[in-house]
Design a protein around this ligand. Sequence first.
Ligand code: ADP
Ligand code: MG
Ligand code: ZN
Length: 482
Amino acid sequence: MNSLLEKYEVVIGLETHIELKTETKIFCSCSTAYGAAPNTQCCPVCTGMPGALPVLNRKAVEYAVKAGMLLHCQTALVSQMDRKNYFYPDLPKAYQISQYGLPLCRDGWVEIETETGKKRIRVQRVHLEEDAGKLLHREGETLVDCNRCGVPLIEIVTEPDFRSGQEAAAYLQKLREMIRFAGLSDCKMNEGSLRCDVNLSVRKKGEARLGVRTELKNLNSFQFVAKAARYEARRQMELLEQGGAVVQETRRFDEASGKTLPMRRKETLADYRFFPEPDLPPVLVSQEEWERWRRELPETAEERRARYGREYGLPPESAAALTAAPELAAWFEQAAAGTRFPRLAANLAAGEVLRLLPSPEESVPFSPDRLAVLADLLGEGAVNSSTAKALVGMLWRQDQDPRALVEELGLGQLRDRESLLPLARQALREQPKAASDYRAGKKAALQALAGQLMRKTRGRADPALAKALLQELLDSPEEEEA
Ligand code: ADP
Ligand code: MG
Ligand code: ZN
């Protein structure tokens, strides 16, 4: 493999389909909600009954244009819907309304991180189209579910700019993050709201012409994209080495064996018989709309991470962890906005909250306002940081008011000398070895004594005061005699 990789170069271009998060479908008012009982969200329009007419959903246009903006594309103020004919059982109309000659957006780029630094991937086009239905294969029969027919999709096509499966996976990660944070789609590969086809060819290094490509479908995770690309690249290189030729075809990735297998000969353009969709007028975007949509785009995840560093002093890893999902970031920001001590809220969120959260896709089981109160308590000195952590655990089990909890359970921080002093004396008496070690010059022994004092106060002592008191007692000659 290694010698092959020295001789050949891998070339990849991606076609990514993303379902837009509109309430209703692209040409009718059926719901787009995922997971409903089969064929309960369809009507004559999305099932292609004769005489039914499509009406374009403006929200779909808005979301597609916004996606194009994120990808630094130019928006066509006039574009065109086209009819793409194909006959397949998941498409009862026998054609898909898509865009061909005049896509909504074109000529953009996405920047990715690679092993050798930053790299721009050119985006050829972003066009709007409708999704097809789903086939359910069971023993001896195939059933059709039309709920997905007419769900709005964007197809994002890149130039063949990737040189490895890892680069392709990095692009998908970035794309997904941008689209999710803009609220345009939830991009769930397991629910099919993000689907990706990998076009891959190989050529001898230094060769200018692209090799014959295959198209890989059914890739259900970013990991599989990288895996399938590695397998397919090797297959093509070995084929060429043996004097064979790559056949242009569609292949599928078999997760169990890790191999790609032929699926069908690729359709050619002529098969689709594209023509302008006669039931729809051209798609117009006004300058004002374009500018409003541009203004409406929220802060990107990248911008948020930078701001978390500036405003809350979070290290990059923590900022990245809190922006792993848009809902999580929104939860944290609401907490930070509700407290006088946003940096403390940030530390609690990045620390204890993320430690307890099984995955960034899950939701925190208590309201962000609770975390804000907790940060206030910590900032006011009403509780110490270990109590604050313990309180996060209690909120996890039951969403309740942290202030009331502190009162009820007597968790308030002990900050007065009067109540701590006798306990400190006891601690010294209980750990005579540590006390004499300290006096003999082993300053580290103070830690053990402080630990003893914290235990005696059930963790409630102000840690700094606890240490100071112990030190005072240990350094005073009268105490030694006592
Ligand atoms: P189609 O619509 O028939 O699938 P396109 O020419 O629009 O074909 O290309 C689809 C994708 O395939 C694009 O992402 C493009 O960059 C990529 N691509 C085209 N030719 C090659 C090639 N020889 N090797 C790798 N990728 C390619
Ligand atoms: Mg294709
Ligand atoms: Zn419908």
